[in-house]
Design a protein around this ligand. Structure first.
Ligand code: 13P
Ligand code: SF4
Length: 304
């Protein structure tokens, strides 16, 4: 870290105290942002932290839907997104209007919506889920058919783990779609002793090559707890920072080194500092939308 970064970190830590703020960072954030965060985790863990924090200000180092979820769970807190343009293309692949049309084609079928979605879409849903609990949420619902939006790949993965009929939306993550079976095979050839661990947003052909499939936090847990010394990681490359930090004796290879989410990389130390100095960008969700979206999120959080 250069002296300019050290000054910025000092200033961020000072402002954090002054403003009674907590910094939450997703596992895909750049290393230096992860390193100043109070909590680093997957969408589920971060939404739980947002729901339970005693801080007055939540600085959300992630993408827009994550900050929105925090704002829904903590309406009395100020939620800041350091870069207002940090969105999620998958979340933009479904709108509330289009989801209503889809629901009309499948009357009475409960809707499970991946947390990677807007508040408006969550408000149209019965349950929310994350990649960590999608199978559990679908299994917990008393219905034989489920509408699953927006990620077709996570939805397909869930369908292989349940006997329920899943009606898939056709969204996808452009970053995970780049991690092809061909790229994984190349890495397997280069590192024959390594275990392959992938995120369920990956293509089904990629998932078929994996030893384990898990959310980002699940990937960390698996690699921390498994005795093997080498792992091929099929998700956004930002996760390698924590993997390597928590397991200095193990080796981690990205399944595809260009699997970089440009939106996750928009947040920098400088933007975190500016966000706290200027108290920008405040993420707010209209009360009626937030109330309906919260029902879907609370139903998810209640499923153990
Ligand atoms: P996790 O909830 O597994 O961290 O995933 C979030 C995400 O955006 C994956 O692309
Ligand atoms: Fe969205 Fe994919 Fe980026 Fe996750 S990695 S935030 S799903 S675009």
């Amino acid at each position: 870290m250069n002296s300019c970064d050290t000054n910025m970190v000092d200033e961020i830590l000072k402002l954090k105290k002054e403003k009674n703020a907590v910094i939450l960072a997703h596992n895909y954030q750049v290393g230096e942002v992860q390193d100043i965060a109070d909590f680093v985790g997957d969408s589920l863990r971060l939404s739980q932290q947002a729901a339970n924090t005693g801080a007055e200000v939540i600085v959300f180092c992630g993408v827009h839907f994550m900050a929105e979820t925090a704002a829904i769970l903590s309406p009395q807190k100020t939620v800041l997104l350091p870069d207002i343009h940090a969105g999620c293309p998958m979340a933009d692949m479904v709108t509330a209007d289009k989801l209503r049309e889809f629901k009309a084609e499948h009357p009475g079928v409960p809707v499970v919506t991946y947390v990677n979605s807007s508040a408006d879409v969550k408000a149209e849903s019965d349950y929310c889920c994350t990649s960590a609990n999608a199978v559990k949420v679908v299994e917990a619902i008393d219905a034989d058919e489920i509408i699953f939006a927006p990620d077709q790949h996570l939805g397909h993965y869930v369908s292989t783990k349940t006997s329920k009929r899943i009606h898939l939306w056709n969204g996808f993550c452009p970053t995970h779609r780049r991690i092809t079976a061909q790229e994984v095979s190349k890495q397997k050839e280069a590192h024959p002793g390594a275990l392959v661990v992938v995120h369920p947003e990956c293509l089904s052909e990629t998932i078929a090559l994996a030893d384990a499939v898990a959310s980002t936090e699940g990937i960390l847990r698996y690699c921390n707890e498994t005795d093997a010394g080498e792992f091929i990681i099929g998700t956004e490359v930002g996760i390698l920072h924590r993997l390597q930090k928590e397991n200095p004796g193990k080796k981690f290879y990205p399944a595809y080194e260009r699997a970089v989410c440009p939106n996750m990389k928009r947040t920098t130390l400088e933007k975190v500092l500016f966000a706290m100095q200027d108290m920008e960008h405040v993420i707010k969700v209209p009360q009626d939308v937030a109330a309906r979206a919260k029902l879907a999120i609370d139903r998810m959080l209640e499923i153990r």
